[in-house]
Write a protein that binds this ligand. Structure first.
Ligand code: SF4
Length: 398
């Protein structure tokens, strides 16, 4: 297929595809799916080999958020039956992080619900970062605390944070349909503050919220322009008790096309398969490893993932390897000033899960049959609220 040959050539040269090419990837048929995966897989292997970076989420503060992000189980007015608790103490967070590190995670993501941290919150998180770094030399720590105020990114960097996550989530044009309590521009500004402080920026999207294909391309092109080092791709987990509970729009095939499109647009960036992979990719998860070079190990913020050992087995069975702590994730050119993605002067990158992925345990009857209208059937049986790990007395899943 000419389209795929062109995109592979561009990906190997770190050249930006056109919007039309990105849209054409999303428009390919299921018959062409393996060709699309194989093509994007060539780009993935060029920059990341067969390595898979493991990341581990620790939810420092769960629920009770005053913001109204429609996708989020922790939002204002959410009726999702999630765990709700206030700040974990540094030793509790460090203990939770240890489970992920023992499972092979090289990055720990410290997430807290809320609009953004107070200066006291930044102090707490700084103590937690120090506790984790003391216990696990070499582990990367990413903070995800919402919108940052002046100076907070610098303070997190001084405390030892390596990265900051704040997702764009959806296109600028549709942002107001998803959230009204803050703006798309607020989110962009926080990512830029993190970058200015020398933190590695992590910013991604949530697919499956009812957006158009053009919206998906818009947000991925915006991410490339923003130039984060990592791009988490979340697939909406439609939690009961949230406004998007009925948005079951994704098939495993569509998820793979979206991941391939992200890989072509951000060829040399850490593309991370994030929340919703078990729910929406299901038995096709191993194919996604040909597109992404990073996943979350174990559970998400408010929902449960598959067993950590199942993640490790999947990686090995698919012929990939867990990236070791001593291996740089990004290609060498991205570590240089202006390294970027190739075709612009900078370079190229949640909270779909990361800052609030959402979900409610409502195991109800599920059908694997698509409905007559072509809309995928809801798989609420696959959505399980997290009941173990951080904030509970039960061992974490890692
Ligand atoms: S995504 Fe973050 S800011 Fe938005 S409602 Fe959820 S926890 Fe609050």
């Amino acid at each position: 297929m000419d389209l795929l040959n062109t995109l592979v050539d561009k990906g190997l040269r770190r050249e930006l595809p056109t919007r039309e090419e990105a849209l054409a990837v999303l428009a390919t048929s299921d018959d062409d799916l393996l060709e699309v995966v194989a093509a994007a897989g060539k780009v993935r292997r060029q920059w990341f080999g067969r390595r898979v970076k493991l990341n581990y989420l620790v939810n420092l503060k769960s629920g009770l958020c005053p913001e109204d992000c429609s996708y989020c189980s922790q939002r204002l007015g959410s009726k999702a039956g999630i765990l709700k608790y206030t700040w974990l103490k540094p030793d509790e967070a460090s203990k939770a992080a240890a489970a992920g590190v023992a499972g092979g995670a090289k990055r720990v993501c410290l997430v807290a619900s809320g609009r953004g941290p107070t200066d006291r919150d930044v102090d707490r998180v700084s103590e937690t970062i120090e506790a984790i770094k003391e216990r696990h030399e070499g582990v990367e720590v990413c903070a995800c605390l919402g919108l940052l105020s002046d100076g907070q990114a610098d303070r997190l960097r001084s405390a030892g944070a390596d990265a900051y996550n704040h997702n764009l989530n959806t296109s600028e044009g549709t942002y107001g349909d998803i959230t009204t309590t803050h703006t798309y521009a607020d989110r962009v500004e926080t990512v830029q503050q993190a970058q200015a402080a020398g933190l590695s920026a992590c910013s991604g999207l949530i697919a499956g919220m009812g957006e158009s294909e053009a919206d998906l391309v818009d947000v991925v092109f915006s991410l490339r322009e923003l130039d984060p080092d990592s791009v988490p791709v979340n697939f909406l987990i439609p939690f009961e008790g949230t406004p998007l509970a009925k948005e079951w729009n994704l098939t495993p095939q569509r998820c793979l096309r979206i991941l391939a499109m992200v890989r072509f647009v951000c060829p040399d960036v850490e593309v991370r398969l994030a929340g919703g992979r078990e729910v929406h990719l299901r038995s096709l998860q191993p194919l996604a490893l040909h597109l992404v070079n990073s996943i979350f190990l174990g559970d998400y913020l408010t929902s449960e993932g598959q067993a950590g050992q199942a993640d490790l087995d999947m990686i090995a069975d698919a012929g990939f390897e867990v990236e070791g702590a001593g291996t740089a994730t990004l290609p060498a050119h991205r570590a240089q000033p202006g390294g970027g993605c190739g075709s612009h002067d900078g370079g190229c990158a949640p909270c779909g899960d990361a800052h609030g992925e959402a979900g409610e345990a409502t195991a109800s009857e599920a059908s694997e049959e698509a409905t007559a209208s072509g809309v995928p059937a809801a798989r609420t049986d696959l959505v399980a609220v997290r009941r173990r790990g951080a904030g509970t007395d039960l061992a974490p899943n890692a």
